[in-house]
Every structure is written in C-alpha cells, then in structure tokens.
Design a protein around this ligand. Structure first.
Ligand code: IPE
Ligand code: IPE
Ligand code: MG
Length: 246
C-alpha cells in the first residue's frame, strides 16, 4: 500500500463486480449465497475506497440484462439490495458518503425504489465521497433515453440541432454531474464491458482481474490502483507530447 502515489489516486473508479455465482458454485453453495457475500463485499470496498481517498465510486450492481435471470435469483438480489440500502445508512453518513443511482430505476421493485430514495435523501448533504449504484442499468438504454430527451427539446424549439455536441449529449445522461471514470475494474476474469457506461468509458483505463467479487478485498484494490498508476494516459497524443507538458 505504501507504494501507492497519493498524488495519482484515480478520482473516479467504476467497478463491474462479477463472479458471485462462480464463487458460490465453487463451494457447492446456491448462487444466492454468492450474492449475499457479494453485497457484504460492497461494504468492504466502499470502506477501502474511502480510506484510500477515492472521491467517486460507481458500482454496476444490476444490469438491464440481469432481469432475464431465473426469477428466484432476481428476487433474492432485490431482497439483498433492499437490506443493504436499509442497513448501510449509519456507516455511510458517518463517513460522509453520498449515495446516488443510475439506470431505469422505475423498473426496480417498489420496495427497493423506496429504500433507495430514502438513502439518497439521507446522504445528500455528504461530500467526502460519492457512491453511485448502477441498477437496472444499460449503457445503450442510457444513450437511448438521452436521445429521446434531446429530440423532445428540438421538437419543442428549445434546442437547435446544430447545437448538439458531446457536452449536450453528456448533459442528458443519467449521472450528468459525474466525470468519466478514470479506472474501470472488472472482477471475475471476463474481458468485456457488458453494457456498462458505454459513453463514459471512452478513455477509461481498463483493469480485469481473476479474483471473483467476494474475494476482491483491499489488497486486490490496491493492486489495481498500482497498475493504474503505471499506465500512461495519452488521450490520443504521443508520449513525447505528454512529457513536454508541465
Ligand atoms: C455478478 O455476479 C452479480 C450480478 C450480476 C448481480 P454473477 O452472478 O454474474 O456471477 P457469475 O459471473 O455468474 O460468477
Ligand atoms: C455484469 O455481469 C453485470 C453486473 C456485474 C451487475 P454479468 O455477469 O451480468 O455479465 P455477462 O453476462 O457475463 O456479460
Ligand atoms: Mg457474471
């Protein structure tokens, strides 16, 4: 941990916490046990990120496509989510963490919606760190929803089509006030984005690790941060150009 450069801690880390099912299956446990462990680990990693000075963490908790999983698994995940949202408030408030959510939240069970709204409200004054949960989230539907809003604005005469630029599109995304992630971590060894933050990941550093999400602790997080700190973020330019800059 001491090897981490405090000056180069990524401001915004996004995580695809994958591998709960495989973690359980490897132990001959039901998949839902993996989800239970996975939720416990969310608590650990939020704590670790806050200790390491990460200002924003976005967690892919449930994708649009995850609705197609077996009914019982979806129900178990919703129950676990609801419990997490109800039991975390004290610690989050104590640590100055503000909670947010992105996705088609109206599709969530009404109980989860209620718990989520309550937690968002209770933590909205906090300013030490922001934790955003992507729920019922799809990067493609996020872009579709933005396009719909933009077209409505054009139709009502409030927006000139020639004024549509990247900034305008960004202003219509779900979390319009969150900067793009600096680092994306995917646990569970799959090298894909799975429809997460398609627009925002354009220049994010990607880090895939073998650990399954319930096994991904602070040491693994530090390893990911060290890998990030050794990357050169060029944004299309050359190394020489970067070196010449102050
Ligand atoms: C990620 O773990 C959690 C959710 C998608 C909700 P998985 O359930 O996808 O675990 P694996 O990939 O099957 O091991
Ligand atoms: C991505 O994991 C979504 C979440 C972690 C919530 P999946 O397990 O759903 O992704 P695929 O199906 O392997 O791409
Ligand atoms: Mg998976």
């Amino acid at each position: 941990m001491s090897n981490l450069d405090p000056e180069k801690i990524p401001r915004h880390v996004a995580i695809i916490p994958d591998g709960n099912g495989r973690w359980a299956e490897a132990r001959n446990l039901p998949r839902n046990e993996g989800h239970r462990k996975g939720v416990e680990n969310v608590r650990e990693i939020v704590r670790a990120c806050s200790e390491l000075g990460i200002r924003m963490l976005t967690l892919y908790a449930f994708s649009q496509e995850n609705w197609d999983r077996p009914r019982d698994e979806v129900k178990a995940i919703m129950r676990l989510l609801s419990r997490y949202l109800r039991t975390e408030a004290e610690e989050l408030i104590e640590n100055g963490i503000r909670v947010g959510a992105i996705g088609r939240l109206e599709q969530l069970d009404s109980r989860v919606q209620r718990d989520l709204e309550r937690l968002i409200r209770r933590t909205e004054q906090n300013d030490q760190m922001r934790v955003t949960f992507a729920l019922s989230y799809s990067g493609r539907t996020e872009i579709v929803d933005a396009v719909r809003q933009i077209v409505r604005a054009v139709e009502s005469g409030c927006l000139d089509p020639d004024a549509i630029d990247e900034k305008c599109v960004e202003a219509h995304l779900y979390a319009r006030d969150l900067p793009d992630p600096d680092l994306l971590i995917r646990t569970g060894h799959e090298s894909r984005i799975s429809n997460f933050l398609l627009w925002q990941l354009a220049y994010t550093e990607l880090y895939v690790c073998e650990s399954l999400w319930p096994d991904f602790g602070k040491p693994e997080l530090v390893k990911a941060l060290l890998a990030y700190q050794n990357r050169e973020r060029r944004f299309g330019r050359t190394s020489a150009q970067l070196r010449r800059e102050p």
